[in-house]
Design a protein around this ligand. Structure first.
Ligand SMILES: [Zn+2]
Length: 381
């Protein structure tokens, strides 16, 4: 059953029915043989999630030993990001672990309010590596917020991986809360979180001390990055001081403008400067490291959203439950994520590295895996 779901996920198959079809007479006929979608669903519902979580951690440890977690920019630090995502939104299908809310929506042109069911998961992924590597996920319980759920996930990961596996945690502004940063430091991790309006006093202080000239400036033809480094800013609600780095990034872009001159269209290019300001809070001791590093760190957190969540929701069908029963959904999602992680590592380290000329996309690679399974029975592999 595990092999069927795991290989099905590696082939990026969306439903259990399709896995059943592949097992009967498709790509998995030799490897797995006939097995029904009901049997898979039944087995998943009775499988405990813990061994799958442990297995994912074992994989992560192996990846570290094999040097896969090395980074070219993070100064030897292993940086992880945490973030949440909503999956399995439905007005009809639900299970006993669903979260729910009232939502206004249109049914045949008529506005009505209905109960919408959904799940939320928090994921942790390493983002300092050339491609982000997922470490684990945890389902939010009904009524549980993202931040406590993320902390529980980090505690589980630390239990399994040990305290020195990760060095630094990055996340968006909701993670900048006193209880969380204290707990994260308790796990032996440094942190860098975006600072926004949800910590108004700290933000005001940071704004007040960064009106002068910047501490550091980095620029090239395309952009300029100005940094202000405040090593000790008072954070009254947390009763402590933190480092705050403010960055102003100016992107120089050429904008094409089209203007009409009688019968003729005139194209002209003008230089425009797009400016964006960000604040980051961190406990990271910079020492001789330039403050622009904190900017780089904090931007790496986007990769969990733009790369990990994008791929697992589009190619790996995570938003659509192939089985919607409480435990089965958790176990299925964990196995899918594990299959995603391992095939992603194989894709980057074996396929992309040795490819000459145009290479398959991750999705095409999954289809090619399926052809491979047709020929391979367990005895010949
Ligand atoms: Zn549910």
């Amino acid at each position: 059953m595990f092999d069927a779901v795991f290989l099905g996920a590696a082939m990026q198959i969306p439903s259990l029915l399709q896995i059943e079809a592949e097992c009967r007479r498709g790509a998995l006929a030799k490897r797995i043989g006939p097995i029904s979608d009901d049997t898979i669903g039944y087995a998943l519902q009775r499988q405990s999630p813990e061994p799958v979580f442990t297995l994912a951690c074992e994989v992560a440890r192996r990846l570290k030993r094999n040097g896969v977690l090395r980074s070219d920019w993070s100064r030897g630090l292993v940086v992880a990001a945490v973030d949440g995502i909503e999956i399995c939104r439905s007005f009809a299908r639900c299970c006993d672990a669903c979260m729910h809310r009232q939502v206004q929506h249109k049914v045949r042109g008529e506005l009505r309010t209905d109960t919408q069911y959904y799940h939320r998961i928090v994921a942790a992924a390493i983002v300092s590596t050339p491609f982000p590597i997922p470490l684990g996920i945890r389902f939010q319980k009904d009524g549980e917020a993202e931040v406590p759920c993320a902390l529980a996930l980090l505690e589980d990961l630390t239990d399994q991986l040990g305290r020195r596996f990760l060095d630094l945690l990055v996340g968006d502004a909701i993670y900048l809360q006193a209880p969380l940063v204290n707990a994260v430091e308790g796990l032996g991790l440094d942190w860098a979180f975006t600072l926004k309006e949800n910590q108004p006093e700290l933000l005001r202080e940071a704004e007040r001390f960064t009106t002068g000239p910047p501490t550091a400036v980095e620029s090239d033809a395309k952009q300029e990055l100005r940094c202000w480094d405040l090593p000790e800013v008072d954070w009254p609600v947390a009763d402590r001081q933190v480092r705050v780095v403010k960055t102003v990034r100016v992107d120089h872009k050429r904008q094409v403008t089209v203007s009409q001159d009688g019968e003729h269209l005139h194209k002209s290019k003008t230089d425009v400067a797009v400016e964006s300001t960000n604040f980051y809070a961190t406990n990271f001791p910079l020492g001789a490291i330039p403050p622009t590093f904190v900017h780089q760190l904090s931007r790496s957190r986007w990769r969990i959203d733009t790369e990990v969540f994008q791929t697992i929701t589009t190619d790996c069908h995570l938003k659509h439950p192939a089985v919607h029963r409480s435990t089965a959904l958790v176990v299925l999602t964990m196995i899918r994520l594990l299959a995603y992680t391992l095939s992603l590592v194989f894709y980057h380290r074996q396929v992309c590295r040795h490819a000459r000329g145009p290479r398959d996309s991750f999705h095409e690679f999954a289809k090619r895996l399926a052809y491979g399974f047709v020929a391979l029975s367990p005895d010949t592999s």
